[in-house]
Design a protein around this ligand. Structure first.
Ligand code: COA
Length: 387
């Protein structure tokens, strides 16, 4: 297998983008990534597009072909594949692209993610998102994603020492980082009081514990490491790519406050990279709800179960803490266009490793991304390193 590098990245701004269509978003992110890699579209061999639910969000299926067509690649007839794993679609598209390059099947490959979530009513959007859970046993019984993560939060807070203020601090930290990220949906800092006084969504989760509904797209370009310097002075090497699955329904889990797929994929990623937790300088985790970030830090093994709330309160996960978590603002403040999120996480880590993260720049040589589908039925983890 060949070593693989990221040679270009691009991302739209995230938010409610009324003036941009689904295809506009993808084309903008793709063009930015091509420009970043000093490439033209004709040099692309294959395309993998993460997208969760264009069929329900914009009534469009056959996304692989649509994207290739609007990227001007239809007459080149390149293979273009849609990848779907709910909110982990982007991370999984990246993994498929790595496999294509590492195997020698393709040379220059685009991994992208795109979602246009705001063209339907919020109720329809929440219902579409619920289709990532078990429709028969969860969705039809009325469980929404905020509801499912609220159950995790209740269970966690019953068993482990996590205060409501520590949970709120996750959102405060991520809004602080989002305020330093020009692509973020929310660019305002907030206080613990903002979170605690916001409307209750699903007890104990309030509005500011939730990621928002977002439009956006991100794209990255991969090539064999051995030729990466032809395109960029700062290739970023893929050190590990791991994926794990779990039961789709939360109630079937061994322990609903531990995402076993995160635990397993995390172990595989560290083993593949030959690294330990101390070697990781930043992590982009899947904070679709504040409790998601608390569980992720622990399930990835950065601390033991029950410690993440205190670490967050102590500033360990803050921008300039010992382990910066979600320097982009995370899903909470940067936004969560579900199919694009996994690629945006890669985009953020690449910017940090290249020293191009502007006001939120930290010192980093290696970064990790953690992308979750559903309540943890799919988890995709990557480790990237500066060359
Ligand atoms: N955090 C902070 N502010 C938010 C927000 C969020 N998550 N979601 C919306 N807002 C703000 C809006 O900007 C708007 O502010 P304004 O009045 O100043 O313009 C206000 O709150 C109302 O926005 P609206 O779009 O009407 O919110 P809503 O009540 O329809 O939706 C949620 C709020 C929390 C229900 C929705 O964002 C949601 O379902 N989030 C979870 C998404 C999800 O499950 N993703 C998949 C996870 S796996």
């Amino acid at each position: 297998m060949k070593d693989v590098a990221v040679i270009g990245v691009g991302c739209t701004t995230f938010g409610e983008k009324w003036n941009h269509s689904f295809r506009d978003l993808f084309i903008e992110a793709g063009a930015l990534a091509l420009e970043d890699a000093n490439l033209s579209g004709e040099q692309i061999d294959a395309l993998f597009v993460g997208n969760m639910s264009a069929g329900r969000f914009i009534e469009q299926e056959h996304i692989g072909a649509l994207i290739a067509d609007y990227a001007g690649l239809a007459t080149k007839h390149i293979p273009s594949t849609r990848v779907e794993a709910a909110c982990a679609s982007g991370g999984l598209a990246f993994r498929q692209a790595i496999t294509a390059v590492a195997s020698g099947m393709s040379t220059i490959v685009v991994a992208a993610g795109v979602e246009k979530m705001t063209d339907i009513t919020p109720g329809q959007t929440v219902d579409t998102l619920a289709s990532a859970a078990d429709r028969e046993w969860e969705g039809f019984m009325g469980a929404t994603f905020p509801g499912l993560y609220a159950m995790i939060a209740h269970d966690y807070m019953h068993r482990y020492p996590l205060t409501r203020e520590q949970l709120a601090q996750v959102a405060v930290k991520n809004h602080f980082n989002g305020a330093r990220n020009p692509i973020a949906q929310f660019q305002q800092e907030i206080s613990i009081e903002t979170v605690l006084s916001s409307s209750l969504v699903a007890d104990p989760l309030r509005l500011f514990d939730c990621s928002p509904i977002t439009d956006g797209a991100a794209a990255v370009i991969l090539a064999p490491l051995e030729i990466a310097k032809q395109f960029t002075d700062t290739p970023i090497k893929v050190l590990a790519s791991a994926q794990a699955s779990d039961t789709i329904a939360l109630h079937d889990r061994r322990d609903i406050s531990t995402l076993d797929a995160t635990v397993e994929a995390g172990k595989r990623a560290f083993h593949q990279a030959g690294l330990t937790h101390r070697d990781i300088d930043l992590v982009e985790v899947h904070d679709c709800f504040t409790i998601g970030e608390i569980c992720a830090i622990e399930d990835l093994g950065f601390c033991t179960k029950g410690e993440a709330g205190q670490l967050t309160e102590d500033g360990v996960t803050a921008l300039h803490g010992d382990l910066p978590v979600n320097t982009s603002g995370g899903l909470k403040a940067c936004g969560h266009p579900v199919g694009a999120t996994g690629i945006k996480q890669i985009y953020e880590v690449v910017l940090q490793l290249r020293g191009e993260a502007g006001k939120r720049q930290i010192e980093a040589e290696r970064g990790m991304t953690h992308n979750v589908g559903g309540t943890g039925a799919t988890v995709v983890i990557h480790i990237l390193g500066a060359c």
